[in-house]
Design a protein around this ligand. Structure first.
Ligand code: BV8
Length: 250
């Protein structure tokens, strides 16, 4: 199925494409989205309950184990054609800003440069007392391990619900949303703020806003273009339609 012609035209003529991705673009890499039912041991927990400072305060070991399980999952995962298509797109347009809500680092592994990570990265660990990134710590059975510098519990370097987003990343993302003439919202339920508000910033500026997502979301009704399906299929199709004759690595 070809890409909507209006979207192909917008990609071809855009000066600055802003891309916002969510968990849906990593679903085909085997990384469960936030709204997927969690599997196994974690099925009984609601991610929005676990991804909070309160949960970590109340049960640091449970939260640390959940992130260790997810970190292992992410480390086994590979970028999928959707991630690669975005890296290819960046090489074919004047300017592309890639913003992600994902914490899995798969865009970087697919070759995307300068990825703006609004919610941090699960592969990074920091001291829960002063936020310093800790690259390694002495082996221990303690979960969470104590910070080797001050003894406070270590935690994943991700943004929990109720926590502020990293200021630099958010400012860069907001600036891009104010400048881009094409905004692609990909694989996100468009429910988590303030990340979800960026598409509306683009809409207010009369940029073309296209949603590429498996299911409808609150953005669908107001987006310029809504193209529903799997990002791993739609994004390579978009590139083939926008840049016919280019050979893309499969
Ligand atoms: C904050 C890291 C304030 C952790 C995450 C109104 C305005 C502002 C804030 C709020 C508000 N109301 C409530 C809030 C607070 C809250 C919020 O937005 N809550 C929501 C639930 C209403 N926001 C916050 O708490 C934020 N902080 O506001 O701080 C503040 C300010 C100053 C000082 C102190 C405090 C922090 C939010 C960040 C939370 N952390 N992740 C971790 O990963 O463990 S969010 C987490 O959930 C993900 O990172 C992701 O962002 C989000 C889930 O969203 P999606 O990525 O969209 O994933 P989801 O599963 O929802 O959807 C997947 C989509 O993909 C689906 O639509 C599906 O159809 C589609 N799909 C599936 N398969 C495919 C596909 N699409 C294409 N192809 C496929 N194959």
């Amino acid at each position: 199925m070809n890409a909507p012609s209006e979207l192909v035209e917008a990609v071809r003529t855009a000066r600055h494409i802003v891309v916002m991705t969510g968990a849906g673009i990593s679903a085909e890499s085997g990384v469960p989205t936030f709204r997927d039912a969690q599997t196994g041991l974690w099925a009984q927990y609601d991610p929005e309950e676990l991804a909070t400072p309160g949960a970590f305060r109340r049960n640091p070991s449970l939260v640390w184990d959940w992130y260790s399980w997810r970190r292992e999952l992410v480390s086994q995962a590979e970028p999928n054609p959707g991630h690669f298509a975005l890296a290819e797109l960046a090489a074919r347009v004047p300017r592309l800003t890639l913003i992600t809500q994902n914490v899995d680092g798969l865009h970087q592994r697919a070759g995307s440069q300068d990825v703006i990570e609004l919610h941090g990265n699960i592969l990074r660990v920091k001291c829960s007392a002063d936020g310093r990134i800790i690259a390694s710590w002495p082996a221990t059975n303690e979960t969470p391990p104590p910070c080797p510098e001050c003894g406070a519990p270590l935690r994943p370097d991700v943004v929990w619900f109720g926590e502020a987003l990293p200021m630099l990343a958010l400012n860069r993302a907001a600036k891009a949303a104010e400048q881009g003439d094409l905004f692609l919202s990909i694989g996100t339920s468009a429910l988590v703020h303030p990340a979800a508000s960026l598409a509306y910033v683009a809409l207010q500026r009369k940029a073309v806003v296209a949603e590429i997502n498996l299911d409808p979301t609150p953005l669908t009704a107001v987006a310029t273009i809504a193209w529903h399906g799997r990002a791993g299929e739609l994004l390579p199709q978009l590139l083939r339609d926008a840049f016919p004759g280019d050979a893309f690595p499969e």
